[in-house]
Ligand binder design. Structure first.
Ligand SMILES: *[C@@H]1O[C@H](CO)[C@@H](O)[C@H](O)[C@H]1NC(C)=O
Ligand SMILES: *[C@@H]1O[C@H](CO)[C@@H](O)[C@H](O)[C@H]1NC(C)=O
Ligand SMILES: *[C@@H]1O[C@H](CO)[C@@H](O)[C@H](O)[C@H]1NC(C)=O
Length: 190
C-alpha cells in the first residue's frame, strides 16, 4: 500500500512500567522508515486529521505491539515482477482499528548502528495507514530484510511521513538515509 520509496523496521520489545498511581504508558521499541504520503490517496484511514506538527504514519500489520489488526491477503509470488509488483495489483484490505491513534516517536539512533544526528528528539505521529506483511508491494522486496518491509512479527514498524525525518535527525530527508531505531509511546493526539 505505501512504501513508495523506503522501508521501515522495528525491533519490538515492550516494557510497561508503573509509577505510583499515575497511569504510565507502555514504551515500545521499533524501527521507523519514511514514506512520501503527499499524493497517496489510498491510505487505510484517509488523510491525517491531526493538527499540524504531527506526522502521518503506517503501522506494520504484524507488529507485536502497535498493529491495528492483520490485513487480508496472502503471499502470492506470481504478483511479483522482480522486486516490484505486476500491473494493476491491488493490495489487501486492512482494518481501521487503530486509525487516528497517536504515538510519541523518539529517535534512538540509526538502525543497525548507522550514524545519525538528533538522538533523543521526539515527534508525534498519527496512524493513517497500515503496512501489510502480505502486500506484494512489501513481500516482493526480497532483497530487503523482512524486518524492514513489515514482514517480521517480532518487530514494531512505523512508516512515517518523510517530513518527520528532519525533525528527528536535523537532516533533510533524501532516499538512502538510514532508517531509525525508535522508541514508541502511546500518547493523546494533540
Ligand atoms: C513527494 O511527493 C510529491 C507529490 O508527488 C512530490 O511533489 C514531492 O517532490 C515528493 N517529495 C520527495 C522528497 O520526493
Ligand atoms: C498532488 O495532489 C495535488 C492535490 O490533489 C495535485 O494538485 C497535484 O497535482 C498532485 N501532484 C502530483 C505530483 O501528482
Ligand atoms: C490494467 O488496467 C488498465 C485499466 O483498467 C487496463 O487497460 C490494462 O489492460 C490492465 N493491465 C493488465 C496487465 O491487466
Amino acid at each position: 500500500m505505501h512504501f513508495q520509496f523506503s522501508i521501515l523496521v522495528l525491533a519490538g520489545l515492550a516494557a510497561a512500567s508503573h509509577s505510583g498511581n499515575v497511569l504510565s504508558r507502555a514504551q515500545y521499541t521499533g524501527i521507523a522508515s519514511f514514506n512520501n504520503y503527499s499524493n497517496q490517496s489510498n491510505t487505510v484511514c484517509g488523510q491525517k486529521s491531526g493538527t499540524s506538527g504531527t506526522y502521518g504514519a503506517a503501522a506494520g500489520d504484524i507488529s507485536p505491539d502497535i498493529s491495528g489488526g492483520k490485513c487480508s491477503g496472502s503471499i502470492d509470488t506470481s504478483k511479483c515482477d522482480g522486486q516490484g509488483v505486476i500491473e494493476n495489483y491491488s493490495g489487501p484490505s486492512c482494518p481501521k482499528t487503530n486509525c487516528g491513534v497517536c504515538y510519541t516517536v523518539t529517535n534512538q539512533g540509526g538502525f543497525n548502528g548507522a550514524s545519525v544526528q538528533g538522538a533523543g528528539k521526539s515527534i508525534t505521529v498519527q496512524i493513517i495507514d497500515s503496512c501489510p506483511a502480505e502486500s506484494a508491494f512489501n513481500y516482493c522486496k526480497t532483497q530487503t530484510p523482512a524486518n524492514q518491509r513489515c514482514g517480521d512479527s517480532s518487530t514494531n514498524q512505523l512508516d512515517i511521513d518523510y517530513n518527520a525525518y528532519e525533525q528527528l535527525t536535523d537532516t533533510a530527508y533524501t532516499s538512502g538515509l538510514p532508517n531509525l531505531a525508535i522508541g514508541i509511546q502511546p500518547t493523546t493526539c494533540p
